[in-house]
Design a protein around this ligand. Structure first.
Ligand code: URP
Ligand code: ZN
Ligand code: ZN
Length: 452
């Protein structure tokens, strides 16, 4: 048995001074005081918060596109994740057009199995919807895939509205949830062409080609599709005040809309696209970073409990040799940025440290809500006897600074270079195994597939 003594446990009902004991991958007891027996190992965590391990519900690891592959694979990405306090990631297995869902799931297992420092599961991204794909849904649920993804943009990935409606209707009897990349793909294509015709070829043209209206229209359309299907919808990586307004409108009409945002939309803004030279390419992701007014609207929504989850959309490409593919054409810059390592520290620093969110609210956004939404609760997302021993011991007094030089992510930059942090994970346990201490991996590869 391992006993964490004298910590402040972050429980759904609020913080509690208590000891916690775990063994064989499971939490066994929580009590005001647990006396160690012979052979038990004890860690004094006084002064620390003890969270259920954080869950990142949105990552792209070892993801190939037509021109390149993400810089982080499952080994480096999950190693970086545990160093930041994340103990489970949900990655997007993606169907090839003309291929089956089973082929995609098999391919993602091959990428991940045996290589992960944290637990992992897969959403299934559907890119080609037809009757035979629909017939695969029961097999997906049997294999632990309860959440799906669709794109409204990207020519190689997107589904049309009729297909989206049918996917929503098909998932309803299973209780599955569809996450959707909400950008109007036709408008994106037209606005990219407009920027190029104007001779705007640098990274600053990226946000101009994907303004908030492009997101808001797609969010609105998705919500109407959810209403028509009488099914819940999940808006992933919400980035704009206009998109948020559509979420509010739909909720007021009774549509079940879940909203995810990401740290980049809460602490960065679109002034970064105006950095000199090609620097702005580091921030080329979709949807793009927004104005400070958008950022502030999303921050308020987080504080007011309107956002359900904060995930990373970690999709890392090196600046040298990968982002530079688009040196002369912003539409060729691989879309995405790194973040899997720093999400808990950024959220703690930006919201909990200044008293804008309680530790329990942070726990809901980063652990409990993703566990509930994606079929992991109460096995994960809560500290309770019988739950998995995924535990993040948080030292609120520790300080550090994010730098590319110090990070574990396998990439040559970070969008958060120089960001001063308050609080960091002192010890991170995955299935009861110590995976990281103070931002350094122990080398344990204890992650298991999460059959949901
Ligand atoms: O730019 C991004 N976000 N790339 C990853 C794929 C996606 O759209 O989520
Ligand atoms: Zn997306
Ligand atoms: Zn994504």
């Amino acid at each position: 048995m391992t006993i964490l003594q004298n910590g402040t446990l972050v429980l759904p009902e609020g913080p509690a001074r208590a000891d916690l004991a775990f063994d064989a991958g499971k939490i066994r007891a929580i009590a005001p005081s647990i006396a160690p027996k012979e052979g038990d190992s004890v860690r004094d965590v006084s002064g620390c918060l003890v969270f259920p391990g954080f869950i990142d519900g949105h990552t792209h690891l070892d993801m190939e596109s037509a021109v390149t592959v993400t810089a982080d694979d499952f080994a480096s990405g999950t190693r970086a994740a545990v160093c930041g306090g994340t103990t489970t990631v949900l990655d997007f297995a993606t169907q090839d057009r003309g291929g089956t869902l089973q082929q995609a799931l098999d391919a993602w297992h091959k990428k991940a199995d045996g290589k992960c420092s944290c637990n992992y599961g897969f959403h299934m991204a559907i890119t080609d919807w037809n009757e035979s794909v629909k017939a695969e849904l029961p097999a997906m649920f049997e294999q632990g895939v309860t959440s799906f993804k669709a794109y409204m943009a990207y020519d190689a990935l997107k589904l049309d509205d009729a297909a989206l409606l049918d996917v929503l209707c098909a998932l309803r009897p299973f209780g599955g949830i569809l996450g959707v990349h909400c950008e109007n793909g036709a408008l994106v294509n037209a606005l990219c062409a407009r920027e190029k015709a104007r001779g705007n070829l640098g990274p600053a043209a990226h946000p101009a080609s994907r303004p908030p209206e492009v997101e808001a229209e797609a969010v609105s359309r998705l919500c109407y599709l959810g209403k028509l299907a009488d099914a819940p919808v999940h808006v992933v990586h919400l980035s704009s005040a206009a998109g948020l307004a559509e979420v509010r409108k739909a909720r007021a009409q009774g549509v079940r809309v879940y909203a995810e945002t990401c740290p980049q939309y809460l602490v960065l803004d679109d002034s970064l696209y105006r950095l000199p030279g090609f620097e702005g390419a580091k921030y080329v992701m979709s949807p793009p970073l927004r104005s400070r007014a958008d950022r502030d609207a999303l921050r308020r929504a987080v504080e007011d409990g309107e956002i359900d989850t904060i995930s990373t959309d970690h999709c890392s490409y090196r600046f040298d040799g990968q982002k530079t593919i688009g040196l002369h054409d912003f539409t060729a810059i691989p879309n995405g940025g790194p973040g899997i390592e720093h999400r808990p520290e950024i959220i703690y620093t930006s919201f909990v440290h200044p008293g804008r969110l309680s530790p329990a609210a942070m726990c809901r956004l980063l652990a409990e809500n993703p566990a509930r939404l994606f079929g992991l609760y109460p096995r994960k997302g809560v500290l309770a006897a019988g739950s998995d021993a995924d535990i993040t011991v948080w030292d609120p007094a520790a300080t550090s600074v994010i730098t590319a030089k110090e990070q574990q992510q396998n990439v040559d930059y970070t969008p958060y270079e120089g960001f001063a942090l308050h609080g960091m994970p002192a010890a991170v346990y995955v299935n009861g195994v110590l995976a990281a201490e103070y931002g350094r991996p122990t080398g344990a590869v204890a992650g298991e597939y999460c059959k949901r």
